[in-house]
Write a protein that binds this ligand. Structure first.
Ligand SMILES: Nc1ncnc2c1ncn2[C@@H]1O[C@H](COP(=O)(O)OP(=O)(O)O)[C@@H](O)[C@H]1O
Ligand SMILES: C=C(OP(=O)(O)O)C(=O)O
Ligand SMILES: [Mn+2]
Length: 534
C-alpha cells in the first residue's frame, strides 16, 4: 500500500492516515460508540448505516466559487447580470485563505485518505485524492467513485485533490468576497477543491462532476448530467437527462436493461461511459414494490443519509422531518443488472429529456425534431424539487441549461454542440418526457412513465398515431401500450381544457423570454422557430 505523505499539501502533525479503508473498516469506524454528533452512524434494519449530514442536507450553490486566474478567466462560464449562474468568481487571496482554514482543520488529526477515479474511460479519467476527517465521508466517496485495483493504487498519482474540512467555518467570508461561512471552492489551475462548513456528500460528488464538465468538452467529449442504460446485449443505449428529482436514477434502474450509471456520463467516439462507481438514490417514500432494485440495493456497505430510524434501526422512509432529500449511496454492483466490468456501452440511440413540469402543461411524452432537441436542451425547463438545493422547499419552475446548469463550467452551447455531434453520428432521436404534474394535480405515475420509456426504447412510439400540441408544436402519440391513453394529451387531464390553454400560453411565454439569452448569434436565432410560438 502506498505511503501517504500529507505534508506536501501543508497538512502537518497527522497522527495516522487510514488509507482506502475496506468496507469492514469503514463500518467499524463510522459506528464507533465514542463518536458524537454528525460523525455518528447508526446501523439500520437493512444492514446499511444511516448518518445525519447536519445543517446542510442538500447542495449549496450560492457558496460555490471558482478561483478566477489567468488560466480560468477566459474559459469558465462566469455568472453575469445577463446570465446568472452558479460559477461565482473567487480571488486568489480568498483561495489561499480558505485553503489555509482547511489545512489547519485537517492538521494534527487522524485522517482518512481515499484515492479513486472519476471516469470509466482510462484515457480521460481523473485520479482524485479525497482527504477527510469523518469516516462516513470516506465511505461516501468509496461508494460513489470508481475504486482502483490494488495495482492501480500502487502507482496512484492524483490529478486532483479534495480537502473536506466540513467542521471548519470561514469566519471572515465577507472580507474574502464569499457568500457565507460555508465555501465550496474550486481551483482549476492547481486542480484542488476545498469544502468548508457543509457535510453534504453531494458537494464532493457533484464537485468532481463540475470538473469533468470543464475538462472533457474541451477535449471534444460530451459531458452530461444524465443516467444511462443499455439493453441486455449491451447494444441499444439510452441516456436520460434531467435535473435532480426528475427520475434519472429511478427510470434508468430497469430490470429489463443493464445500468451504466445513474447521474454523470461522458460520450466519446467509443460510446457512453459512466463517471462514477456508484449511485446516489433518493429514498423519500421509497417503496419496495414499485422500486425493488433500489430497495434491494440498501444492504450493508450502502450508506443512508438523513433517514429516520428508531432506536432499533427500523427505517421510516416516509418521514420528511429532516429533509425531503433523504438519500442512499451504494456501489453500482449492488444493482444486479449492470454493464460489467466497465460501466460503458456503445453510442446512445435514444436521448430522453426528463422534465418535471410543475405547471401541468407539458405532455408526458413529446417526439422532438432535431431543432426542438437543441432548443429544449438549451432551455432545460423543469421544476427544482424540494430539498436537493438549499432554500428550495416546494417544486419551483426553472430553466436549467442542459438540465444541469449548476454543474456547467463552460457556456451551455458548448455542451449542446458536443451532444448534437454525437447524436448525428449515431442517428439518435430525442424525446421530452414530463415526469411531473398534469391537470389532475397529481404527479404522473411512475408506472405510466415507465410505459412511455418502454415504448421509446422498443420503438413502439415511432409506430404510434400522433397529433400536434398547440403553441409548442410537439408531436405526441395518441395511444401507447402500457400507458393510460387519457394522459397523453395533457388537455384531457383538465376538467376544462381552457385551463390548460391559459397555463400553456404562460409557459410558452416563459420559454420565449428565457431563450432570448441565446439569440445573440445566428445559431441561437435559428433555433427560435423550434421553440413555442404564440
Ligand atoms: N413519473 C415519475 N417518474 C420518475 N420518478 C417519479 C415519478 N413520479 C414520482 N417520482 C419520484 O420522483 C423521484 C425521482 O428521483 P430520482 O430518480 O432520484 O431523480 P434524479 O436521479 O433525477 O435526481 C423519486 O423519488 C420517484 O419515486
Ligand atoms: C446529488 C445530486 O443530484 P441528483 O439528485 O441528480 O442525483 C445533487 O444535485 O446534489
Ligand atoms: Mn439521481
Amino acid at each position: 500500500m502506498a505511503k501517504i505523505d500529507l505534508s506536501k499539501y501543508g497538512i502537518t502533525g497527522t497522527t495516522e492516515v487510514v488509507y482506502n479503508p475496506s468496507y469492514e473498516l469503514l463500518f467499524e469506524e463510522e459506528t464507533k460508540p465514542e463518536l458524537e454528533g454528525f460523525e455518528k452512524g447508526q446501523e439500520s434494519e437493512l444492514g446499511a448505516v444511516n448518518v445525519m449530514t447536519g445543517v446542510y442536507t442538500g447542495r449549496s450553490p450560492k457558496d460555490k466559487f471558482i478561483v478566477m486566474d489567468e488560466n480560468s478567466k477566459d474559459t469558465v462560464w462566469w455568472t453575469s447580470d445577463e446570465y446568472k449562474n452558479d460559477n461565482h468568481p473567487a480571488t486568489e487571496e480568498a483561495w489561499a485563505a480558505v485553503k489555509d482554514i482547511a489545512i489547519k482543520e485537517l492538521s494534527n488529526k487522524r485522517l482518512f485518505v481515499v484515492d479513486a477515479f472519476c471516469g470509466a474511460n482510462k484515457d480521460t479519467r481523473m485520479a482524485i485524492r479525497f482527504i477527510v476527517e469523518v469516516a462516513w465521508q470516506a465511505h461516501f466517496v468509496t461508494n460513489m467513485f470508481i475504486q482502483p485495483t490494488e495495482e492501480e493504487l500502487e502507482n496512484f498519482e492524483p490529478d486532483f485533490v479534495v480537502y473536506n474540512a466540513s467542521k471548519a467555518k470561514v469566519e471572515n467570508y465577507k472580507e474574502l468576497g464569499l457568500n457565507s461561512e460555508t465555501a465550496v471552492l474550486f481551483n482549476i489551475t492547481s486542480k484542488e477543491q476545498v469544502i468548508v462548513n457543509t457535510w453534504y456528500g453531494g458537494e464532493m460528488k457533484k464537485g468532481m462532476f463540475s470538473m469533468m464538465n470543464y475538462f472533457l468538452p474541451l477535449k471534444g467529449i460530451a459531458s452530461m448530467h444524465c443516467s444511462a442504460n443499455t439493453d441486455l446485449n449491451g447494444e441499444n443505449t439510452a441516456i436520460f437527462f434531467g435535473l435532480s428529482g426528475t427520475g434519472k436514477t429511478t427510470l434508468s434502474t430497469d430490470p429489463k436493461r443493464l445500468l451504466i450509471g445513474d447521474d454523470e456520463h461522458g460520450w466519446d467516439d467509443n460510446g457512453v461511459f459512466n463517471f462514477e462507481g456508484g449511485c446516489y438514490a433518493k429514498v423519500i417514500n421509497l417503496d419496495k414494490e414499485s422500486e425493488p432494485d433500489i430497495y434491494n440495493a440498501i444492504v450493508r456497505d450502502a450508506l443512508l443519509e438523513n433517514v429516520t430510524l428508531d432506536e432499533n434501526g427500523k427505517i421510516d422512509f416516509n418521514d420528511k422531518s429532516v429533509t425531503e432529500n433523504t438519500r442512499v449511496s451504494y456501489p453500482i454492483n449492488h444493482i444486479k443488472n449492470i454493464v460489467r466490468p466497465v460501466s460503458s456501452a456503445p453510442a446512445a440511440k435514444n436521448v430522453i429529456f426528463l422534465s418535471a413540469d410543475a405547471f401541468g402543461v407539458l405532455p408526458p411524452v413529446s417526439i422532438l425534431t432535431e431543432n426542438q432537441t437543441q432548443y429544449y436542451f438549451l432551455s432545460g425547463f423543469t421544476a427544482k424539487l424540494a430539498g436537493t438545493e438549499r432554500g428550495i422547499t416546494e417544486p419551483t419552475p426553472t430553466f436549467s441549461a442542459c438540465f444541469g446548469q449548476a454543474f456547467l463550467e463552460l457556456h451551455p452551447t458548448k455542451y449542446a454542440e458536443e451532444l448534437v455531434k454525437k447524436m448525428e453520428v449515431s442517428g439518435a432521436k430525442a424525446y421530452l418526457v414530463n415526469t411531473g404534474w398534469n391537470g389532475t394535480g397529481k404527479r404522473i405515475s411512475i408506472k405510466d412513465t415507465r410505459g412511455i420509456i418502454d415504448a421509446i426504447l422498443n420503438g413502439a412510439i415511432n409506430k404510434a398515431p400522433t397529433k400536434t400540441i398547440p403553441y409548442f408544436n410537439f408531436e405526441v402519440p395518441t395511444e401507447l401500450e402500457g400507458v393510460d391513453t387519457g394522459i397523453l394529451d395533457p388537455r384531457d387531464t383538465y376538467a376544462d381544457a381552457a385551463e390548460w390553454d391559459v397555463k400553456a400560453k404562460d409557459l410558452a411565454q416563459r420559454f420565449i423570454k428565457n431563450f432570448a439569452k441565446y439569440e445573440g448569434n445566428e445559431a441561437g436565432k435559428a433555433l427560435v422557430a423550434a421553440g413555442p410560438q404564440l
